[in-house]
Design a protein around this ligand. Sequence first.
Ligand code: PLP
Length: 366
Amino acid sequence: MDRRQLLKQSAFAAAAFAFSRDAFSREAEKFIVTNGGFADIIKLSSNENPHGPSPMARKAMMDAVNGSNRYPWEVTTKLRERIASQFSLTKEHVVIGAGSSELLGVVCLMAALQKGNAVAPDPTFRLWMPAARKTGLPIKLVPLTPGKVTDLQKMKEAIDANTKLVYICNPANPTGTIIPAAEVESFIKEIAPKAIILLDEAYTEFSDEPSMAKWVNDYPNLIVAKTFSKIYGMAGARAGFALAHPQTVKQLNDLQPWSNAGASAVTLAGALASLDDKPFTTFCKQENQKARSIFYAALEKAGMPYIPSHTSFVYFDSTPYGKDVRQLLESKQIIGARTFEEGTKWLRLSVGTVDEMKKVANSLAG
Ligand SMILES: Cc1ncc(COP(=O)(O)O)c(C=O)c1O
């Protein structure tokens, strides 16, 4: 695919995304429309992998197109087995969804059926919250620590006899902070006997901390959600999975419209191949670190404090800059800086390629 086609494709993808999501996305659409749909924009809004899908995933997806007339049961099973082996579990521990957000929704539904409340940090990844509230699961939001880290102690204090779900995103979105494995482990040990813990590990592969999936056999209330959208670069293909005790997996499967059947044959083939493309994920992690460092240096030069990130995005305070960073970047066709905390000028920007982050740096310096 040439660059023009790629831009066209990403412009269409961005436009489709804009149609269904939030105000920010409508901003993205505005850019695309005003540039005739072929804009040379740098899109740093949704923490997508700027390099993916992996070469092996691309080939597998293209090959799988011809078999799309058949239901993909075989590849679904293979993918569940392949994921399971990566975490020393069995396929009975794995639920597949069309993106991890499908599974976050299913977990909310499971918790809502138990009638109670949920506890979550604030700010955090909120996509699942409207559905949770509408299905009768009020959410207690717990502010982050002054250092903008998920406050596990305050979360424990917020949990009451009616708490059915505790959501933790680690590493955290939008701040990029991480709670060390040992602390998450002791939280799981204390809380999992009382309520479902939904541990969203969308960005773990960018960090050096391990997954908590090894605990799912000990704690049926622990559900670890993971995605092919980030390090594997398949956000548009839509595949994610959750790891849980087989008995919990059965409950989740019962709440899916068709268990493990949300992702297409093409997507599943890509997901399966991407798990074997280790050089690609290693490359993505390294490139993310290089590009992130370029952005850190630019923020330091511009006098803007930031939180060292364990993810593919950076959270920074644009207050000292004086100018409106979002507007400035948008004027250079760089979209995606946005706030998650009303009344502050903290912004999150996804980390793009090294070249893209150099353009961000030049824009901030200019
Ligand atoms: C923390 C977190 N969880 C889940 C998701 C959703 O991922 P998916 O594309 O697998 O639905 C995202 C996407 O940005 C995310 O940031």
